[in-house]
Write a protein that binds this ligand. Structure first.
Ligand code: GLN
Length: 494
């Protein structure tokens, strides 16, 4: 029998609906892969029973002739940043260890309503802060990919959604949720040869997602191809009165609207993304991407996004500022960890809990955030960064008067080895350089696999679209996918 774990979202949904196999068979196959892959450390908690239960419900609906939903019979991994009722939700932090929410996040609830089942909670960078998964309290995820140099150096799966990317690439899940504050869906997708889309800010409700930087946080799907992303995004998106920044717009039928024909479309190539020292393989893959989009009928236009170089510094002010405020709630009173030394008063308890509960990177962000928000420095840093953010949005608005989508690399390099960057936080932050501008502007952006570099590691191409134009992004992604013909798979060593 075919290995069911080779199927993606669409194939599983359609196969279950037709009766080629049952949802329970699918869930069992993925549960087995999850159980056999502890070496990857992709899951913090596996929930095989939840996956089986959802699958049984789907099979029963089918037997009763009822409709199965957009994700009917599809088991998925859930980033451990989404509150899942009764199932430990940690944001990969010690401070939330043991926290079992009383409620379900809107996005996960929508996925279950659409017929999906949960394979487990996926590892991530602590509070989604990081680009390599090395800030997780539960140990880093190891990418299923290795360099082709015969060595066995452990590679970063990207971050923060590194459990999601590793799980999908290693066939532990056909798809997974991710969140993207400054690249955390796109960069890990690029590092592991999968597809992922961050929709327009506000498309997916933030309710029940552990907050990092609220003006930037967006959920989105990570899956094996563009169609699977379109299907899953339809299930995740939609207005939610519980999120004040939720977009009150109907959810388009992105899957039905898929078309890789780009005739009449203009694709912008931003001059400023040709940064000094851009990795040669990344530059070559970008050039190939340009040719592919031309081949799909698009006209290529060089554009300028003049404030690009200020995006990263602005992000690393705004995101920590919001994080320092959001993370104030972890005080040892309401959630998870409480450290109450002998004879301690309330202040001591706060301090001891936070000292023991937060990891080093989270503390660094809280310190930076508190500093840039402090009375004497607020205008110099925070206000200034907000002005820069507006200029960056204007850059994109101008560009989109001329072009329909923008093509750029997703990250300046392929995956790096675990441990290779940790000692230099600025080098790590630089990995977000191409991802952060679209986040600051709230625009939809996706990464699709574009090939392998000379070390045999995946490279991703990024497509950035106008606000609300996920369709344009997905369609350009589809045109690339059809030409890149990416079929490489990590060789199984785990
Ligand atoms: N790597 C970026 C950071 O550390 C982005 C993280 C994210 O998008 N969650 O802030």
């Amino acid at each position: 029998m075919t290995d069911l774990t080779e199927f993606g979202v669409a194939a599983i949904r359609d196969g279950v609906a037709k009766g080629d196999f049952s949802a329970v068979e699918v869930a069992e196959a993925f549960n087995a892969n999850v159980a056999a892959a502890s070496a990857l450390n992709a899951f913090i908690v596996a929930t095989p029973d939840a996956a089986i239960e959802a699958a049984k419900a789907t099979d029963a609906r089918r037997a009763a002739g009822q409709s199965l939903g957009k994700m009917g019979g599809v088991p998925i991994g859930m980033k451990d940043l989404f509150a899942t009722k009764g199932v430990q939700t940690t944001a990969a932090s010690h401070i939330l260890e043991g926290f079992r929410p009383e409620y379900e996040s809107t996005v996960s609830a929508k996925l279950w309503d659409a017929g999906a089942g949960m394979l487990g909670k996926l590892n991530l960078d602590q509070f989604a802060m990081g680009s390599s998964n090395e800030t997780s309290y539960f140990g880093n995820v190891i990418s299923p990919w290795r360099r082709n140099d015969g060595g066995n150096a452990a590679m970063a799966p990207g971050g923060s959604s590194g459990g999601s990317s590793a799980a999908v690439a290693a066939r532990l899940a056909p798809a997974a949720t991710g969140t993207d504050t400054g690249g955390s869906i796109r960069q890990p997708s690029a590092f592991t040869g999968i597809s992922g889309i961050k929709p327009t800010y506000g498309r997916c409700s933030r309710w029940g997602i552990v907050a990092f930087a609220s003006s930037l946080d967006q959920a989105g799907p990570m899956a094996r191809d563009v169609r699977d992303c379109a299907i899953m995004l339809e299930a995740m998106a939609g207005f939610d009165p519980k999120d004040a920044t939720s977009l009150n717009l109907p959810v388009p039928e992105w899957e039905a609207g898929l078309s890789g024909d780009l005739r009449g479309k203009k694709v912008g190539i931003p001059r400023e993304y040709r940064v000094d020292g851009l990795d040669a393989d990344v530059a070559a893959s970008w050039d190939r991407g340009i040719e592919w989009l031309k081949d799909a009928g698009a006209e290529i236009v060089e554009i300028s996004l003049p404030h690009t170089k200020y995006a990263l510094p602005a992000y690393y002010i705004i995101a920590p500022a919001e994080a320092s405020s959001n993370l104030a709630r972890y005080d040892g009173v309401r959630y998870g960890l409480r450290d109450l030394p002998d004879g301690a008063n309330l202040q001591d308890m706060y301090a001891a809990t936070r000292a023991a509960g937060f990891g080093a990177e989270v503390k660094r962000r809280i310190l930076i955030g508190t500093y840039v928000l402090s009375a004497g420095f607020y205008d110099a840093y925070y206000t200034q960064a907000q002005k820069v953010r507006t200029l960056i949005s204007h850059d994109f608005k101008n560009a989109f008067t001329e072009v329909d989508v923008i093509l750029a690399p997703t990250a300046p390099t392929a995956a790096f080895g675990l441990g290779e960057m940790v000692s230099d936080p600025l080098a790590m932050y630089l990995n977000d350089v191409f991802a952060v501008p679209a986040s600051l502007a709230g625009l939809p952006a996706m990464s699709v696999p574009a090939g392998l570099n000379r070390e045999g590691l995946p490279l991703g191409l990024q497509i950035i679209g106008r606000e609300f134009d996920e369709q344009g992004v997905l369609n350009a992604g589809l045109a690339i996918e059809a030409r890149a013909q990416f079929s490489a798979k990590p060789e199984k060593w785990w």
